[in-house]
Design a protein around this ligand. Structure first.
Ligand SMILES: Nc1nc2c(c(=O)[nH]1)N[C@H]1C(S)=C(S)[C@@H](COP(=O)(O)O)O[C@H]1N2
Ligand SMILES: [Mo]
Length: 317
């Protein structure tokens, strides 16, 4: 069984292959979620476990790793992952981003949850974090530019926050927004990018947002998120191209119709709303069949849904 999986679906360099143990633990996880056999549940089992209060954002690291999430994948070197960033509010140059974050203030921080819901709220991040349980998950992350990494995120399922807000039946999508701080984000003022449609915004369907894989991340490599990675809280949607994983979120709005996104506004034919990782659909200007695994000399085959098809393909059938 594991062999079959390796040969047919997981054409990755040896050390990126999910060993059998991890694969089986993952099946257990799917069963827990009720995803293995059929029905897609909105608020599955493990979410209920998430009730013990936790202290402020900086505290508690590292949080326990959830063994269901491919824990045996070889992690991208931390120094590599945290110095190679797409965060256009700072720079177009991935290596430069982290050097330009000096003025960015990430505490205190609050998130406004608004729109079509019965319980709109503006929550201080430390209050929100006292109401959820953080855990660590190792995810593959695939940028549309055909590079990828494997990193341990710390966070909680976005569904927990959505449930608190009590969305109305008319809420079919979520719209996310990054902080709007030209004084702290040099890319919002620099000639090449000042004209972009700031602040950065993204969107998900409600079922995508409720999916247990969809993570609100507050940490990486067992530490609070560094600024260049989207501190203090960002989205991670591992089966979609990286730009869907919006950083430094200040606002989440429930809306009835599909919202526009930052990248769609800039180039709709290149960055459509859905943007699921798909090796068979090339970007108009390059192939998506393979990816450069940063921090290594490997090129890996890109997997449909970035390897999460068993968990998410049903959303698109
Ligand atoms: N606010 C904001 N969020 C963003 C971006 C950005 O420029 N601004 N870039 C996106 C892109 S293209 C990618 S690949 C990921 C990169 O995340 P990382 O730097 O943590 O690897 O962030 C995404 N989220
Ligand atoms: Mo990206």
């Amino acid at each position: 069984m594991a062999n079959l999986v390796r040969r047919s679906a997981w054409h990755l360099p040896d050390r990126l292959i999910t060993p059998e143990g991890a694969f089986l633990r993952r099946r257990d996880f799917l069963r827990q979620l009720g995803l293995a056999g059929g029905a897609m549940l909105a608020a599955p089992g493990f979410l209920r476990a998430a009730d013990s209060p936790r202290p402020s954002p900086g505290a508690g690291y590292p949080y326990p790793r959830n063994p269901a999430f491919n824990p045996d994948l070889k992690l991208t070197n931390e120094e590599v992952a945290t110095s190679y960033n797409n965060f256009y509010e700072f720079s177009l140059d991935k290596g430069e981003v982290r050097l330009l974050t000096g003025k960015f203030v990430t505490t205190p921080w609050s998130i406004e949850v608004t729109g079509l819901c019965d319980n709109p709220m503006t929550l201080a991040l430390h209050d929100l974090l006292s109401q959820v349980t953080l855990e660590e998950r190792v995810y593959r992350f695939r940028c549309v530019e055909a590079w990828s990494m494997v990193v341990p995120w710390t966070g909680f399922s976005l569904s927990k926050l959505i449930e608190k807000a009590k969305p109305k039946a008319s809420a079919k999508f979520l719209r996310f927004e990054t902080a709007n701080r030209p004084d702290q984000f040099p890319g919002m003022r620099s000639p090449r990018t000042a004209g972009y449609p700031w602040p950065y915004f993204e969107g998900l369907r409600m079922d995508e947002a409720m999916h247990p894989l969809t993570l609100m991340a507050t940490g990486i490599y067992g530490k609070p998120l560094p600024k260049q990675q989207g501190a203090p809280v960002r989205l991670v949607v591992p089966w979609k191209y990286g730009y869907k994983s919006i950083k430094s979120i200040v606002k989440i709005e429930f809306v009835a119709t599909q919202p526009k996104t930052f990248w769609e506004t800039l180039a709709a034919d290149e960055y459509p709303f859905e943007s699921n990782v798909n090796p068979k659909v090339p970007h108009p200007r390059w192939s998506q069949a393979t990816e450069r695994v940063i921090g290594t000399f490997d090129r890996a085959r890109t997997l449909p849904y970035n390897g999460y098809g068993d968990l998410v393909a049903k959303l698109y059938s």
